[in-house]
Design a protein around this ligand. Structure first.
Ligand code: FMN
Length: 244
């Protein structure tokens, strides 16, 4: 199996970095191949803008992103960092997003990766979406760390809601692109040692235990039941769920 880890953290010694390394080592030990997109280290620009298309604009007087993305895709003139990301996704069978929860969702750099990499008119069209999406047959999963404990991610809990609800839009976008989406995997109570409420020894054991559980989870990831989403056959002509 080929695994791509899209890793988003500005600090190479972070716990997120350890989780990314753990995944790489675990998969490689089982004979799988792993590639990493380290968005901060790559200096990935998450802000989609005119300059990314200035070498080959189709509409000269106004910037229409959907048209420019489609034109760049069709004329093979996408920015090279975007082509590289697309090639890596095409290569992989499993896509893991590794990131900390920031303001109850993914960090901005990762949102921008979606804006730029999932190219309109190339990787999705009006007929190539959802269960007919470009990346059909591939799996994707969000692996997320949070400061709040796992138990607080519940309806009306102080974590904000269940992690499935908080990451619903990101996961829905992955479904839109054709991926089979696995439930998010949450590591709670991950904080800098100066912020944690735990005793130092307990905190160290908590991190170690989290890593061990992650290894076990990854070794059995093929058995994980995906999230359920509606597809084309579930919708009527207005795009609303058919009533049975
Ligand atoms: C900008 C920012 C926003 C954050 N928002 C949340 C949040 O909404 N919920 C939460 O539980 N933790 C939040 N945290 C805490 C981080 O999720 C936590 O520090 C991180 O997961 C720890 O992993 P790391 O050591 O790899 O950075 C936030 C931290 C930062 C810096």
């Amino acid at each position: 199996m080929n695994v791509l880890i899209v890793y988003c953290h500005p600090e190479p010694t972070s716990f997120n970095s350890t989780l990314k390394d753990t995944a790489k080592e675990t998969f490689e030990a089982d004979g799988h191949c792993v590639e990493i997109s380290d968005l901060y280290a790559q200096g990935f620009d998450p802000v989609e803008k005119e300059e990314h298309y200035s070498h080959n604009r189709i509409e000269k007087d106004r910037f229409d992103l959907l048209s420019e993305q489609r034109n760049a895709y069709m004329t093979d003139s996408l920015p090279k960092e975007i082509k590289k990301e697309i090639q890596k996704i095409e290569w992989c069978d499993l896509l893991i997003f590794q990131f900390p929860l920031w303001w109850h969702q993914q960090p901005a750099i990762l949102k921008g990766w979606f804006d730029r990499v999932f190219v309109s008119g190339g990787l999705y069209t009006s007929t190539m979406r959802y269960d007919k999406g470009y990346f059909k047959g591939k799996k994707a999963i969000c692996s997320v760390t949070s400061g709040a404990p796992v138990t607080t991610f519940t309806k009306n809990g102080r974590g904000g809601e269940s992690i499935e609800v908080l990451l619903r839009s990101m996961n829905f976008s992955l479904h839109y692109m054709g991926f089979t989406v696995l439930p998010p995997y949450l590591f709670g109570e991950i904080q800098n040692k100066d912020y944690t409420y735990m005793q130092p020894d307990d905190f160290t054991s908590h991190l170690k235990e989290s890593i061990n559980k992650w290894e076990d989870y990854l070794q059995n990831i093929h058995q994980v039941e995906p999230l359920s989403f509606c597809g084309w056959n579930d919708w009527d002509n207005n795009g609303m769920e058919r009533k049975v």
